[in-house]
Structures are given as structure tokens and as C-alpha cells.
Design a protein around this ligand. Sequence first.
Ligand SMILES: [Zn+2]
Length: 189
Amino acid sequence: MDQDAVLDLFRKSGALLEGHFRLSSGLHSDRYLQSALVLQYPEFATALGRALAERVRHFQPTVVMSPALGGIVIGQEVGHAIGVRAIFAERQDGSLTLRRGFALAPSDRVLVVEDVITTGGSTKETAAVAEAIGAHVIGAAAIIDRSSGTSKLDLPLQTLVRLEVPTWDPESCPLCQKGEAIVKPGSRV
Ligand SMILES: [Zn+2]
């Protein structure tokens, strides 16, 4: 699946909108990305998982590990496509941790999978959880890299799409200056 085919699935499912948006951060953007909306369709989730699996198979992971919640669905699909376990770390008292009896062995080769890499922070935090248990983290993968090259991972990273999602303070938003009506994503139209 090439970059355009991936973005087509996102557009088709409303997971990528173009216009003028007020994000939950208060910043404005001309794009809105919500990957849960593409992953709600099992056939799209499976197709994206298979495409990502092709990019990371050579890392030879023995387990896929994702940060909850955003990474769980795509992590499961990548694990399925490669034929390895898929587990997730979740936040407890502010820190990511493995719960529910999920375990890693020192011989495990962990691939961290997320839906979207923005700062790389949650990928790094997930990798740190695996390393603290003594497992070996061999790489990271995400459907979309929207970090504009600013994420600093010490891991090989594979993604299906690089996407710029510019954000502006309301005072310096070029779309506001053009007088374009603004939408808060998620609100009913
Ligand atoms: Zn604006």
C-alpha cells in the first residue's frame, strides 16, 4: 500500500479532514487526524496492519507492544499479520505499565507499534517499559509519522505515511486571517 492508498482510507473514513480546525489543544490547523475513525473498519485496520507488517517483518519481532489506547487496534493487526503476540502497556498513576498478566521474556524481541507518531514520546515510554523488564526493543512502527522529523527515537522506525499537520496559535492562523469558518472536530455538524 503506498502513501496515497493509505491516505485514501483515512479520507474515506473521515479520519483525515482538510479545512480549518480548532484542535483540543486550542491551536488551529488545516488538517485533522483521528486514526480511530479509519481503524473502526476492520477491513481497513487489517489492510493497514498487513502493510505495516511488510515494513517491519525484517526486524524479526517476537512480540508487538503498543501504548493504550491509540496503539492497541493497529498493534493487534500487525501482530496478526506477522504471527506474533500483541500486548499493550497502559497508564496507571500517570506511567505506562504492563498489566493483565502480560509478560516479556529476556529473549523477546519487541516491536513498538502506534497509530500515529507525533512527538515520539509514547513510543519511547513504551520501549522503556519493555527494556525495564529486560526485553530487547528492536524497532518501532506507526501508520503515520506526523512529527515532521522532530521525534528523536533511538530506534529504527518504519511508517506508512509522513504527513505534515501544521498548527498555529489563533492569532497567527492564516485561515483565520482569510476569514474562513472554523470547525471543532468531533462536534456534530
Ligand atoms: Zn484559524
